[in-house]
Design a protein. Sequence first.
Length: 366
Amino acid sequence: MKRVFILGAGFSKQVGLPLATELTSLILEGTELKEVEDMQDWLADFKQRLAALEGKGGDASGFGINIEELFDFARYDIELWRMRQQLEPVDRGAGITAWRTAEDISTWLRYMEKELVHVIWDAQKKAGLEPIKRFTAELLPDDAVLTFNYDTLLECALSAQGKPWNHGLNDSSNGGVTVLKMHGSVDWILLERRPEKELEKFVKLFSKVDTNVAEHGAQPRKEVEYAWELWRAKDTRACNAVIEMDKKGLSNFRYFLACAGLGRYKPLHELPGSGLTWITAFKALKEADEIYVIGFSMSPYDIMARFHFTSVVRARKKPPTRVVVVNPSDSGLGGIMSIVFGGPLKLVEAPAEDVDWEDVLGQRNR
């Protein structure tokens, strides 16, 4: 029996990690942007326009923005400013032009994406593992977990219980539960290629070899997957050191925190290792006898997962024998899940912290 688990923000919420609706204020409080007057003016106007779009009129007081929504619509704002540049009498770089405004908004979004990792990591440090351990206690070595969360609570719980796990990348020889981080992880970084001895506190997860370079002596191309390698901090202390350096803008090597970003379109092709992660996830879904969806709502901001998961399941010779959805967020979610996974499914209408995992994942009630 092969089992696949799909985890969303509702799974980590049980130990206090913020949802997308709570992240916006936390991110804006943590960045230097609260001191940038132009950014604050743009954000105030942006909130009013979003409030009007959602039928709130022009009054944005008390109107909270989902961080995914903010990024989604901000990119449309950027596109309009770039188009306005066609009406400018000067070139893009000649002072305060429409193009410059678009670039400013892009810069503000990059600051927010960077702060996203800091906020999640700080929340994770305050979280307890016991509710997560109740779940991981029921996981079997051949299980695959597809998680859209950036936190490492699942991995920490597995390690605390002495259960081996891997990310399905260069570490797959570790065996155990395969934890596929679909959008990246707070303890991942991208580094320009360098000798491994320089990074004793990190584990290399993905590095692509160009056969034309290796076998024929061709010049290496300056493409993301060749120029950069994916690494994981070995432990909490190493991860904390990287994030604290990142907060202060200090580092002795060039790196980027390895997360896919926000909004509907996430440029996952810029994250080395993501291709193998997603293809491994598709294989697991294609072979799964049982699928469990926990705290993952298949929102419009996860449209890539909804589209590709539906395609993979439809290509199966027969649907999975069991699909269980835990903590459905609205009445329409069951219909969405039925479309994606096919066949009947069981809805467990309880938050993750109240679920009896032994009962739900065990042989009873099948």
